[in-house]
Ligand binder design. Structure first.
Ligand code: HEM
Length: 462
């Protein structure tokens, strides 16, 4: 039975965590790389955080695809374009540590999560977690998604509300059930806020937990999440349960993982799923609301291929390519994870420049997705650019909303399924309408989300 599947890697001894010392890299060591130091102490941080796209564009225009900037006391290198994405994310030469790159951003609260592990230890843990995303599991999750969307639409239909809040509630409810095996009706507002605060702590400039700061909220959130998961670990595991937590608990009984590892994995997976997916969801809904012609095409495709949404299958959803293009196009225009970080563990060379061990290195999906040399009219919403014909010849690292390589997103299929399920339910009986003519304003760090209510209305179709 799938619920009791144990990946073959579990038979191998767990590779230990090999601690890596990341030496600090001086500006002198990077002198051949053009760039900007910015303000004393903060460097370019204020500009980069206030307007990440504008900042990335200006750096690219002024200094080219390989440049550096100073932020929070360190030099950071940015490599732009599909070749750079492949070089860093696929990392054929083993030049980079993900833990070293992400630690300053997420390390304080997500230690032990997959993105903060490297090498064989990472691979071992990743294979355990990946067993919760096999096809049979996804089919089971689909039922959960449908049930939760139906419940949410009952509350929400026919009104103009904060759609981002709705997207967060939905993705949280789905993650709560799929990963914790708990009925989403039991999820509290505090549970949701705890995961939100953990992700937002990435932008904390002040890392002391002073009252009222993002860091203080994240500290509370960490305690709250532990308090949520720990009691479940003490319960016997129902043999029928197929959620991620149940799988990890069975692996614990086999001596493969301990309580602390389970808590770290679940905290990271739920947070990664919840925040990135609500970002992808809101962008998809917004662009469909703004483009009624595409909305009608996606509606027709989904309702024709899936006559009864209660009995949806992965195969049926898989036929709905326009729905998939609309999600991809939203993720292209609004990359949920704008910049991906690594730190070099070896000296490396890229585009004729030499970089020492310890170089903090970023690649930029957000900017790559808007480069005019890769995308025709990059600011135009045109999902058909993802059709098979128009994708021919495109570099495989030109579109990287889910990253790629050893740390590529484990939840990409889960994400596509969830958004397509939502679209199937919403579009049949509703029209997504923009109720005001304002241009949307988005935050782009630490991931993409609207700055204010987008004015999306869900009007009942007659
Ligand atoms: C639209 C939705 C999502 C987007 C855009 C997204 C994006 C990403 C990206 C870009 C990475 C790679 C980070 C890097 O290489 O530095 C990543 C990793 C990851 N994502 Fe997602 N993600 C999404 C949804 C999800 C969901 C639904 C889950 C869980 C079911 C999930 C779980 C993970 C995990 C566990 C990793 C780390 C993998 C590893 O380090 O081996 N993500 N995601």
């Amino acid at each position: 039975m799938t619920a009791h599947f144990v990946p073959p890697i579990a038979r191998q001894e767990k590779p230990p965590i090999v601690p890596i010392r990341h030496p600090r890299v001086s500006g002198r060591a990077l002198r051949s790389v053009p760039g900007r130091r910015g303000m004393p102490v903060f460097g370019v941080l204020p500009t980069a955080v206030l307007d990440p796209i504008g900042f990335a564009r200006r750096m690219h225009q002024d200094f080219g695809p390989v440049h550096r900037f100073h932020a929070c006391g360190n030099w950071n290198v940015q490599l732009v374009g599909p070749e750079a994405n492949e070089f860093v994310l696929f990392d054929a030469a083993g030049n980079f540590s993900s833990e070293g790159g992400w630690k300053p951003v997420f390390g304080r609260h997500f230690e032990g999560g997959l993105l903060l592990r490297d090498g064989q230890n990472h691979q071992w843990h990743r294979k355990l977690i990946a067993s919760a995303f096999k096809q049979e599991q996804l089919q089971a999750y689909l039922k959960v998604f449908s049930r939760n969307v139906e419940a949410l639409l009952g509350d929400w239909s026919g009104e103009s509300r904060d759609v981002y809040e709705m997207a967060q509630r939905l993705t949280f409810a789905n993650g709560y059930e799929a990963f914790l095996g708990r009925d989403a009706a039991h999820a509290t507002r505090e549970d949701l806020l705890a995961f939100r605060y953990l992700m937002r702590s990435a932008i904390a400039v002040v890392t002391m937990a002073l009252p009222g700061t993002a860091e203080a909220r994240a500290k509370w959130a960490k305690r709250h999440v532990e308090g949520l998961i720990r009691p479940i670990l003490a319960e016997p595991v129902d043999p029928e349960r197929a959620d991620l937590l149940a799988m990890l608990c069975r692996m614990k009984e086999m001596g493969l993982v301990d309580d602390e590892e389970i808590i770290s994995h679940l905290t990271f997976v739920i947070a990664a799923s919840f925040d990135a997916l609500s970002s992808g969801t809101i962008s998809t809904l917004y662009y469909l609301a703004a483009h009624p012609d595409w909305q009608a095409a996606v509606r027709e495709e989904l309702c024709t291929n899936i006559p009864d949404p209660h009995a949806m299958s992965i195969a049926e959803l898989g036929k709905c390519e326009k729905a998939e293009w609309s999600i991809k196009e939203a993720l292209r225009l609004n990359a949920a994870a704008p910049v991906l970080w690594r730190r070099s563990v070896k000296p490396f060379e890229f585009a004729g420049h030499q970089f020492p061990v310890g170089t903090i290195t970023g690649v930029n999906p957000m900017l790559t997705h808007l480069l005019p040399e890769l995308w025709e009219e990059p600011h135009l919403y045109d999902p058909s650019r993802f059709s098979a014909e128009r994708s021919l010849g495109r570099h495989r690292f030109a579109f990287v909303p889910f990253g790629g390589g050893a740390h590529g997103c484990l939840g990409a299929n889960f994400a596509y399924l969830q958004v397509r399920t939502l679209l199937r339910w919403v579009l049949e009986k509703h029209e997504l309408v923009l109720s005001d003519g304002r241009s949307p304003r988005w935050y782009h760090w630490p991931n993409c989300r609207p700055r204010d209510a987008l004015g999306i209305e869900l009007r009942k179709r007659s």
